[in-house]
Design a protein around this ligand. Structure first.
Ligand SMILES: *Cc1c(COP(=O)(O)O)cnc(C)c1O
Length: 393
């Protein structure tokens, strides 16, 4: 007891870089969809580590897989193969439905997109087209792909030859892409931009355009992967495949793990020595990822994600002040009729519900896929009360 109190009395600003701003809440433990802060207050975690804790906190299946792996073989570098990494790569290949799929493991979304960016150079072309508002990570390469001026501007100059066009607008994309384009990268649903869903057919049109010009099509499924949208990868509803998938967030079942997966027999491939990372696909993270995929499959969590989507949309759209409810599966953006999302998120936290505000008029929720109907309904109740509270003043 005294240790956790001592730790929480440490002052963030005395020891941390201030890049996140000082968090108001210090979390001490979690179980399922409930987290507890250092003062003992409990919260319904409807952000899930930003779409990362697919099985919630301390799930016995993850705890068992990680404990067993760390007690057997914890880290080997990439000079050696190991069963957990091979098993997870094989499982991911199977989930893509493509026997030509080949996996490169890393530790984060930014690194997965860096890998895709480097791979695109192997086409012999250097032009890249991405979309405005997109988020692809914070490292210099990934930031160059990211289409958010506030994140980019302090760090210019970034990589050249990268153009950003309006998301969801195929005409704008066609104007920007030609035979000199190496790759097009888009999120199937833009997460950080506020859960923005493109018109149905957009991804398929991108596929056709990229085929026409021999351009690599990269789908950044870092936020929309791992069953979150009701399918394994966020693009599957359009019945097409990209040339490259990037994954992270939920992939490791809460542990740091990312992946870049090439599809088809024609995609460029790295040669030995061309790319790498020390921890990528580490046995412990791989064992956790594999356990998460097996449980999502066994418990049909993607089916429940889809039914919760329907329930959330019906109930939340009926609340005064909610303009629209966007997203798929358990990645949901709640549009508000004013710029009070931050205030509302603060109020919800006071009431024991964790969400975030990706922009001024959107609340995002991305709870664990193991969330129960009772917890979904509890969220709806507290959200409804908080909305009437903010709209009263
Ligand atoms: C979070 C995110 C990233 C970056 O992932 P990190 O692990 O934070 O580097 C990239 N792309 C998308 C779509 C994301 O949501």
């Amino acid at each position: 007891m005294s240790t956790s109190k001592d730790k929480s009395s440490l002052n963030w600003l005395d020891v941390m870089q201030n890049n996140y701003g000082e968090p108001k809440i210090t979390l001490a433990s979690g179980k399922g969809v409930i987290v507890t802060d250092t003062s003992g207050k409990k919260y319904l975690d409807f952000l899930g580590g930003i779409a990362t804790n697919v099985l919630g906190h301390a799930h016995p299946v993850i705890v068992r897989a990680v404990s067993k792996q760390i007690a057997t073989l914890g880290h080997v570098s990439n000079l050696y193969s190991h069963p957990a990494g091979l098993a997870l790569a094989s499982k991911l290949q199977q989930l893509t439905g493509d026997p030509h799929a080949r996996v490169f493991f890393c530790n984060s979304g930014a690194e997965a997109n860096e890998a895709a960016l480097k791979l695109s150079r192997k086409t012999g072309r250097s032009k890249i087209v991405a979309t405005s508002g997109a988020f692809h990570g914070r490292t210099m390469g990934a930031l160059s792909l990211t289409g958010q001026p506030s994140k980019r501007n302090p760090f210019k100059p970034l990589l050249k030859d990268i153009k950003h066009v309006t998301f969801g607008d195929i005409t704008a994309m066609r104007k920007a892409v030609d035979k000199k384009t190496a790759m097009v990268i888009v999120e199937p649903i833009m997460g950080e931009a506020g859960v923005i869903v493109p018109p149905f057919g957009y991804l398929k049109q991108l596929r056709e355009m990229c085929n026409q010009y021999g351009v690599l099509l990269v789908f950044d499924c870092v936020q929309t992967g791992m069953g979150r949208t009701g399918t394994w990868f966020g693009y599957e509803d359009e019945k097409i495949r990209p040339d490259v998938i990037t994954l992270a967030k939920g992939l490791g079942g809460g542990l740091p793990l990312g992946a870049m997966i090439t599809l088809g027999s024609q995609s460029p491939q790295f040669e030995p020595g061309e790319h790498g990372t020390t921890f990528g696909g580490n046995p412990v993270a791989a064992a956790a990822g594999l356990a998460a995929i097996e449980l999502i499959t066994k418990n049909r969590l993607m089916v429940s994600a889809k039914s919760f989507e329907k329930r959330l949309k019906i109930k939340l759209e009926a609340i005064r002040g909610v303009t629209e409810v966007r997203g798929r599966g358990l990645l949901i953006g709640i549009g508000l009729d004013g710029d009070y999302a931050k205030e509302l998120a603060g109020l919800l936290a006071n009431c024991g519900v964790l969400v975030n505000a990706p922009n001024a008029d959107t609340i995002r929720i991305a709870p664990a896929l193991i969330v129960s109907k009772v917890q979904i309904d509890k969220f709806i109740t507290i959200f409804t009360q908080s909305m009437s509270e903010v709209n009263r003043g």
